[in-house]
Design a protein around this ligand. Structure first.
Ligand SMILES: Cc1ncc(COP(=O)(O)O)c(C=O)c1O
Length: 421
């Protein structure tokens, strides 16, 4: 006998919501691009891709900022570990998933950030979400102070901590932060959560000043250095290393997936904080650990990035050269104090259209960044030059942008260089 069943209302909810997202020009479509490890930043567009695009695409939006993911010694380390230990980790860290490499990488990361200990997570997202939620669900009465532009993974941890109150302060606004700290109960345990490099606007926080406020009001500091690790400081310890303030921050969080070109996330802090998170964070305890091959790749990468300052110099030389070329050609871009080069468009449809035409007509890929990642009206292309972008590739991108910006159907709202510093 066939049983007929009313369709659950969630099905029609999904269809209706997707329709709304499409009508607002926010529907996300994947571009099937396969990186070519011997030709980074050239990728192959898959056959089902957006024809008639050229098959070889120069990618301008990857977060493998230093190209460590294609570094032969990193690939070799992963290959060796894969052969030696197999594909997966085989369990959580407490069950059968702690390989000697996990401990070595944690020690390397702890020393990178001048901390006593480190703890690996399966991604940067999980490290933020799990660590913040665990801390804020620990003692009673926690109040967290969160920068308005904090990443979704931090917000997930801050808001997911049901026992804590979350106060949002205006982006990089020390006066607002201080006013909010001063208004809070002096007895309440407090935590300030912020980033060093904000990935969409490419601006940088004043870590020293935030730590000073934290000391004044007795708050713990939690710093996300995801877009800075590997890139800033003499050893790639991030902006906190560059500014000489790593010791002043209680907890430094980072990723192995961007500047280090591998995968995974981590936190570093004092021995007792790390041991507490290791013992209490659900997002650490109840998931299979990072595969040894990935850990081996990350370990090799961190060690190389620590000693090879020339990689950072090369990156920033490329970023500066690209900015000069944009400037000379009169292409509007946001002048940031970091390695990130946002090209402001200010409209979701236009942003998508420029990105689509870059790909289909010029063989260039730059991700359109739309709401909710950035506020409506500030849609942009987010470009991240890396050490492997040649002058010729830069000239091609600048020429293509110039052509598309002068096209009447795709006119940018921003007409001049926007100062963001
Ligand atoms: C500021 C910030 N923190 C954390 C993450 C998450 O890192 P991961 O990609 O390693 O999960 C991201 C990801 O883009 C990020 O931008």
């Amino acid at each position: 006998m066939t049983v007929t069943r009313e369709k659950h209302p969630f099905y029609s909810f999904c269809n209706k919501t997707l329709e709304e997202i499409r009508s607002q020009g926010r529907y996300r479509q994947f571009t099937p691009l396969a990186r070519n490890a011997s030709q980074y930043p050239i990728y192959q567009l898959s056959k089902e891709g957006l024809q008639p695009s050229p098959e070889e695409i120069v990618v301008w939006s990857a977060n493998d900022y230093l190209g460590m993911g294609i570094e032969p010694a990193v690939i070799e380390a992963a290959t060796q570990a894969l052969k030696q230990y197999g594909a997966g980790a085989g369990g959580t860290r407490n069950i059968a998933g702690t390989n000697p490499l996990h401990g070595q990488l944690e020690a390397e990361l702890a020393s990178l950030h001048h901390k006593e200990a480190g703890l690996l997570f399966v991604s940067g997202y999980v490290s933020n979400q799990a660590s913040l939620m665990t801390i804020l669900n620990s003692m009673p009465g926690w109040i967290s102070f969160s920068d308005r532009q904090n990443h979704a993974s931090m917000i997930a941890g801050l808001k997911g901590a049901k026992k804590a109150n979350c106060v949002v302060f205006e982006h990089n606004d020390l006066n607002d932060l201080e006013a909010k700290l001063a208004a809070a109960s002096p007895e309440a345990p407090k935590l300030i959560a912020f980033e060093s490099v904000y990935s969409m606007d490419g601006d940088i926080s004043d870590i020293k000043a935030i730590c000073a406020l934290a000391r004044k009001y007795g708050a713990l500091t939690y710093l996300d250095e995801v877009h800075a690790v590997g890139l800033y400081g003499q050893h790639g310890g991030g902006v906190s290393e560059r500014e000489g303030v790593a010791d002043e921050v209680d907890i430094i969080e980072g990723t192995l997936a961007k500047g280090f070109g591998a995968h995974g996330g981590y936190v570093t802090a004092s021995r007792e904080i790390i041991d507490y998170l290791r013992s209490a964070a659900s997002g650490f305890i109840f998931t299979t650990s990072l595969p040894p091959a990935i850990v081996a790749a990350a370990l090799q990468s961190v060690r190389m990035v620590k000693k090879d300052h020339w990689r950072r110099e090369k990156l920033f030389e490329r970023v500066e050269t690209f900015r000069e070329k944009l400037e000379q050609a009169g292409v509007p871009y946001m002048k940031t104090e970091s390695h990130i080069v946002p090209i402001m468009i200010g409209d979701a449809e236009r942003c998508k259209e420029i990105s689509r035409r870059l790909l289909s007509e010029f063989g260039l890929y730059a991700t359109p960044i739309n709401y909710p990642t950035v506020p409506r009206g500030s849609e942009r292309l987010r470009l991240t030059p890396n050490p492997f972008h040649t002058d010729e590739m830069m000239d091609d991108m600048v020429k293509a942008l110039k052509t598309l910006f002068s096209d009447v159907k795709i006119q940018s709202n921003s007409e001049k260089v926007i100062e963001n510093v």
